[in-house]
Design a protein around this ligand. Structure first.
Ligand SMILES: [Zn+2]
Length: 305
C-alpha cells in the first residue's frame, strides 16, 4: 500500500507528465471509484475542457488541481496512474481514463478497486471528507516537535495504531510506522501518554528522517507499487525493521521479531524496543495480584484504561 513517500513520488512524476494538458473527455469504466459526484456522466462533464494546473499532495491523497476544480485521488492498496498514447491498448483494470487534447491519456488502473476520487470546487476540499480530519503533515515546516507533542496530548492509545490513524500525523502506513518506531527505539504498544519527552523527541526526528529518506530514494516498493512512469521504487533495501523477521537488528544484532499490534503485522527488535512499563507490568496488570499500597493502586487504575 503506498504511503507518503510513494504518493510523493507519484505526485512529482504526475506533475511533470500532465500539468498543462487539457482534458477532451473522460471515460469511466468502474463508477465505484467515483465518490463525489458518484454519477460518471456528471463527473466527466465537470472535467471536460479543463486543464491540469498542478499536482499536490496532502498525506496519502493526491490533490490534482485543475482550472476551477480540484480532484482528490487516493490510491489505497494498488491504484496507479500512467500516461499513454491513445493508440496504446488499454490494460485490464483500467477504470478511469482522462483523454487529453494532445492525443495522450492519463489512465487510472486499480486491480483491487479500493481507490477513490472526489471532485470539489477549489477550497471546498478542505471542509469535507476525506481531507477535513487529517493530522499534521510530517514533511512540512509546521511539523515541529511542539506541534507533535501537542497532537499526542494525553492520549492513552498505543502509539502504533495512533500513528496509523491519519488524524494525528498523516502519511505513515504499516511500513514507515515500524521503521520510525524502530529508529526511535520505541515499542509499538507503548501508550502515547507514557512517552517521555526524550521519546517524543526521538520519535518526531525518526518520523521526519524515515519519510525524508524514503522520499529522496523515490519511495519504497514492497509488492506492486510502481510510480507514475512505471519505475519501481528504490528504497526497499534500506528498511531496518519492516519485512526483516529473523534477520539481525542493524543496531544490536538481536533477531527482528514479528508480532501483531492492532491487527497489523509488526516488526521490532526485542532488545532495542522494550515493551511498555518494564518487564513486571504484565504480571501486575494481567493477574489477580492485589496492589498493597494506595499509591500503586492509583497508578494501576490510571494506566488501566
Ligand atoms: Zn536491536
Amino acid at each position: 500500500m503506498p504511503e507518503l513517500p510513494e504518493v510523493e513520488t507519484v505526485r512529482r512524476t504526475l506533475n511533470q507528465l500532465i500539468v498543462g494538458k487539457r482534458i477532451e473527455r473522460v471515460t469511466v469504466n468502474l463508477p465505484r471509484i467515483l465518490q463525489r459526484p458518484d454519477d460518471p456522466l456528471l463527473f466527466a462533464a465537470y472535467l471536460e475542457g479543463r486543464s491540469f494546473v498542478a499536482v499536490e499532495r496532502r498525506g496519502k491523497f493526491l490533490r490534482l488541481v485543475l482550472d476551477g476544480l480540484v480532484l482528490i485521488s487516493h490510491l489505497r492498496m494498488e491504484g496507479r496512474y500512467g500516461l499513454y498514447g491513445q493508440e496504446e491498448p488499454t490494460e485490464l483494470h483500467t477504470h478511469v481514463i482522462f483523454h487529453f487534447t494532445d492525443g495522450t491519456e492519463l489512465r487510472y488502473k486499480d486491480v483491487r478497486q479500493f481507490g477513490t476520487m472526489h471532485l470539489f470546487a477549489p477550497g471546498e476540499e478542505w471542509q469535507a471528507a476525506p481531507l477535513n480530519k487529517l493530522g499534521l503533515e510530517p514533511l512540512d515546516d509546521s511539523f515541529t516537535l511542539e506541534a507533535f507533542r501537542g497532537a499526542l496530548g494525553k492520549r492513552t492509545t498505543k502509539i502504533k495504531p495512533l500513528l496509523l490513524n491519519q488524524e494525528l500525523v498523516v502519511g505513515l502506513g504499516n511500513i514507515y510506522v515500524d521503521e520510525a518506531l524502530h529508529t526511535a527505539r520505541i515499542h509499538p504498544e507503548t501508550p502515547a501518554s507514557e512517552l517521555k519527552r526524550k521519546d517524543q523527541e526521538r520519535l518526531h526526528a525518526a518520523i521526519v528522517e524515515t519519510l525524508a529518506a524514503a522520499v529522496n530514494a523515490g519511495g519504497s516498493s514492497i509488492k506492486s507499487y510502481v510510480n507514475g512512469q512505471g519505475e519501481m521504487g528504490l528504497f526497499q533495501h534500506s528498511l531496518k525493521a519492516y519485512g526483516r523477521t529473523g534477520e539481525p537488528c542493524l543496531t544490536c544484532g538481536a533477531e527482528i521479531e514479528k508480532s501483531v499490534v492492532g491487527g497489523r503485522g509488526t516488526h521490532i527488535c526485542p532488545r532495542c524496543q522494550k515493551p511498555p512499563g518494564g518487564s513486571g507490568r504484565a504480571s501486575l496488570t494481567g493477574g489477580s495480584l492485589k496492589p498493597r499500597s494506595h499509591a500503586v493502586k492509583r497508578r494501576l487504575e490510571g494506566a488501566g484504561q
